[in-house]
Design a protein. Structure first.
Length: 365
C-alpha cells in the first residue's frame, strides 16, 4: 500500500500518466553530472545551475525547450544526449532530480554577500512574485520555476541574458521585465531570495546522494568511464580524419581563448595511442594549481587521441566533475575547475564534428 501511494504521489507530482522508472532517471543523470554534479546540486557559477529539488514539470519543460531549440546550448544538449531521450526518459530523469531534496540540508543554503535584502524584497514583490510566488518557490500555472535555492551567479547571468536578449524571459521575445533593472537592483533581489530558501531546511539533516549506478548510461555520443566518472570520451564522426579533428579542436580552443601547450612526442599512426593535445588558459590553470596543487597530477587540460581495434578515432579527457562534486577542492578552485571542464567538453565536441576527413597526413605537427 505504501508503494502504491508513493507511486501515485509521484505521478501527480510529475503530471505524467505513465509509470516512472527512477532507476532509469538515476542512470540518465550520469550524463548531466559532468556539469550539474552527481545529485544535480549544481556548481556555483554562471553556467551550472542547481537542478536537484526543482519541480519535475519544470525540469521536463526546460529539457524539451533545449531539444526544440527554444533554449540554446549545443554542447550541453549533445553531452547529455537530450535529443536521444524519449518522453519516458525525460519524465524519469525529471522525477529523479526532483526527489533530490537537498534543500532540507542546511549545508546547501544559498548565501549572497552583495546587495540589500530589504531593498530587494520590495523589487521582488513588485516584479517577480506574481509568477515566482511570494516565497520564491515558483508557480506551475505560470510556468515559473523556483528561484529560491538557486545559485546566485547563475541567476545574475540569466538576468543579464534576458536584458541583452540572448535568452528570452518566459520564452517571450517581447518581455521587458529586465529592461529597467540595474546590476545593483538585481543583486538586491538575489540578496532577498537568499533569505527564502530556508523553508524546507531541517537542522541536523544531512543529504546523502545515492551511490553512483554501476551500469553506465552511455547511450549518447559521449561516454563517461570508471566508477567515479573520471574520464569523458567520444568517437569522431565517420569520415573524420586525425588532421581534421586536431585542426577543429585547435580552432575551438582559439575561439575560447585557451592556448595550446606543446605536448609530448607523438606515436606512429598504427599505434593505439596517437598523440596528446594540451589546451590551457594560464588565467585558469595558474589559479587552479595555486588553490589545489594536487591537480597537476591529473593534467586536466590534456586531450588524448587514440584508435580502438576497429580503427575508430577516440578523443579522451579528464573529467573534473567528481573532484568538484566531492568537496575535495576549495571554493575558488571549484569555480575554475568547472570553467576548464566546460572548455574541454566544447573542444572535444568540436573534434568530434570536424566533418568528413580528407586523407590523413603521415606527419603530425
Amino acid at each position: 500500500m505504501k508503494r502504491l501511494i508513493s507511486t501515485a504521489a509521484l505521478l501527480i507530482a510529475t503530471g505524467s500518466a505513465q509509470a516512472i522508472d527512477l532507476a532509469n532517471g538515476e542512470r540518465l543523470n550520469q550524463r548531466c553530472a559532468p556539469c550539474h554534479a552527481l545529485a544535480g546540486q549544481g556548481i556555483p557559477g554562471a553556467t551550472s545551475p542547481r537542478l536537484a529539488g526543482l519541480p519535475a514539470w519544470y525540469l521536463a519543460k526546460a529539457t524539451k525547450d533545449y531539444i526544440e531549440g527554444a533554449r540554446d546550448n549545443p554542447t550541453m544538449t549533445e553531452i547529455a544526449g537530450l535529443k536521444q531521450m524519449s518522453d519516458e526518459d525525460i519524465a524519469d530523469l525529471s522525477a529523479w532530480l526532483s526527489r533530490q531534496r537537498i534543500g532540507k540540508d542546511p549545508a546547501y543554503d544559498i548565501r549572497v554577500t552583495r546587495g540589500s535584502a530589504q531593498k530587494g524584497k520590495s523589487k521582488f514583490e513588485a516584479d517577480c512574485k506574481n509568477c515566482h510566488a511570494r516565497d520564491g518557490h515558483g508557480k506551475k500555472k505560470k510556468d515559473a520555476p523556483p528561484l529560491a535555492g538557486q545559485h546566485a551567479d547563475y541567476l545574475i547571468a540569466s538576468m543579464k541574458a534576458f536584458f541583452h536578449k540572448d535568452r528570452y524571459h518566459d520564452n517571450d521575445p517581447i518581455d521587458d521585465t529586465f529592461d529597467d533593472i540595474s546590476d545593483a537592483q538585481a543583486w538586491n533581489i538575489l540578496a532577498w531570495m537568499a533569505t527564502l530558501d530556508g523553508r524546507d531546511q531541517q537542522p541536523g539533516y544531512h543529504f546523502k546522494p545515492a551511490p553512483i549506478p554501476t551500469k553506465p548510461a552511455n547511450r549518447g555520443a559521449f561516454m563517461f568511464s570508471s566508477i567515479q566518472h573520471t574520464v569523458v570520451s567520444t568517437f569522431t564522426d565517420e569520415g573524420t580524419g586525425l588532421r581534421e579533428a586536431m585542426d577543429a579542436m585547435r580552432a575551438e580552443a582559439k575561439k575560447l581563448g585557451v592556448p595550446r601547450v606543446p605536448s609530448a612526442p607523438t606515436w606512429g599512426k598504427e599505434a593505439p595511442l596517437i598523440t596528446t593535445l594540451t589546451f590551457c588558459a594560464p588565467r585558469h590553470i595558474d589559479k587552479l594549481l595555486e588553490a589545489a596543487p594536487i591537480l597537476a597530477n591529473y593534467d586536466p587540460c590534456r586531450i588524448t587521441l587514440m584508435r580502438d581495434a576497429d580503427k575508430r578515432l577516440r578523443l579522451m579527457a579528464v573529467n573534473l566533475d567528481m573532484l568538484i562534486d566531492g568537496g575535495q577542492l576549495p571554493p575558488t578552485a571549484q569555480r575554475i575547475a568547472i570553467l576548464i571542464n566546460q572548455d574541454m567538453l566544447a573542444i572535444l565536441r568540436a573534434g568530434r564534428h570536424a566533418g568528413a576527413g580528407k586523407a590523413e597526413s603521415s606527419s603530425l605537427k
